[in-house]
Design a protein around this ligand. Structure first.
Ligand code: C2E
Ligand code: CA
Ligand code: CA
Ligand code: CA
Length: 278
């Protein structure tokens, strides 16, 4: 039994070693990519499903390696978080997205809202408010057109700090959206205490919307919850007309998803907006 156990242990550490080595390699590669400006943002339009009118876009981070390979954010964001790199990368994301917002305003899109993802490590960093303030000031981005997306799980970690930070963000004029809503387990009373503006229905629940039998769907419950709390609601991952129609029948009118537009590069976004307004 002893040898058996030791064998298991060795196997375990060996496979874990590979995993850690891979993570460390990826971390170094990410740091180098960031320094060599291999990270960039794409923008996924958000629309009003009733009119097709564009509200704004969510900025999404991309990493293209020197070999031309794309590494998905689901793979590198956790590493950026874990290594602390997210603080610098996140600051760069904030500035770049604010800068793009200003560019769009200069092009005449003065109602455009920019949604920017903020991760846990970034948000709880003691200098976060200062960073946000500086990004707005240096880019001259109007805070009323900037929205930060934080996740529900973050909302659960340190309630006191969260309430305080959200309040400060609000005072700057920036709005807050709860991303991936429904995947964490926020209590209603907790949610009610927070200075938030919007709930973003997670893609998984939009994906669950089927042809029939939607009465008990989670998406529907989230829309009702948002309405009861006086929040706006946006659905992510809308891929077809049926989902759009169903969401609208629930009272959710804002959406983001491949059915309307994929995340696109800056230049494409400008084209997209031009064609839309023409
Ligand atoms: P998220 O914030 O939930 O972003 C939405 C994700 O859903 C994006 O994936 C987007 O491309 C994808 N998506 C949108 N519409 C559809 C659709 O109709 N169908 C399908 N199948 N997918 C759709 P992406 O760009 O791969 O980003 C993944 C996650 O990485 C994001 O999830 C977010 O958590 C994180 N992330 C991306 N950019 C940043 C960033 O700048 N900072 C931070 N902290 N996290 C980021
Ligand atoms: Ca998001
Ligand atoms: Ca989301
Ligand atoms: Ca999501």
């Amino acid at each position: 039994a002893k040898t058996h156990r030791r064998g298991g242990y060795e196997y375990f550490t060996r496979s874990m070693g590979v995993e850690i080595r891979e993570r460390v390699l990826l971390m170094h590669a990410l740091r180098a990519a960031f320094e060599h400006e291999r990270l960039f943002l794409v923008y996924q339009p958000q629309v009003d499903m009733r009119t097709g009118k564009i509200l704004g876009a969510e900025a999404l981070l991309r990493w293209k390696t020197d070999e031309g390979k794309f590494i998905p954010p689901d793979q590198f964001i956790p590493i950026a978080e874990y290594s602390g790199l997210i603080v610098d990368i996140g600051e760069w994301v904030l500035r770049s997205a604010c800068h793009e917002l200003v560019t769009l305003r200069e092009l005449g899109y003065i109602d455009f809202q920019m949604a920017i993802n903020v991760s846990q490590a970034q948000f709880s960093h003691p200098l976060f408010m200062q960073t946000l303030h500086r990004a707005l000031e240096e880019t001259q981005a109007p805070p009323e057109f900037v929205e930060l997306e934080i996740t529900e799980s973050m909302a659960m970690k340190d309630p006191e700090l969260l309430i305080k930070t959200l309040h400060q963000i609000k005072q700057l004029g920036v709005s807050i959206s709860i991303d991936d809503f429904g995947t964490g387990f926020s209590s209603l009373s907790h949610l009610q205490k927070l200075d938030i503006d919007k709930l973003k229905i997670d893609r998984a629940f939009v994906n669950d919307i089927q042809q029939d039998g939607n009465e008990g769907s989670i998406a529907k419950m989230i829309v009702q919850l948002g309405q009861n709390l006086g929040l706006s609601i946006i659905a992510e991952g809308v891929e077809n007309q049926m989902q759009a129609d169903t969401l609208m029948s629930y009272g959710c009118h804002l959406a983001q998803g491949y059915f309307y537009a994929r995340p696109i590069a800056k230049a494409e976004l400008h084209e997209w907006l031009k064609n839309r307004s023409a």
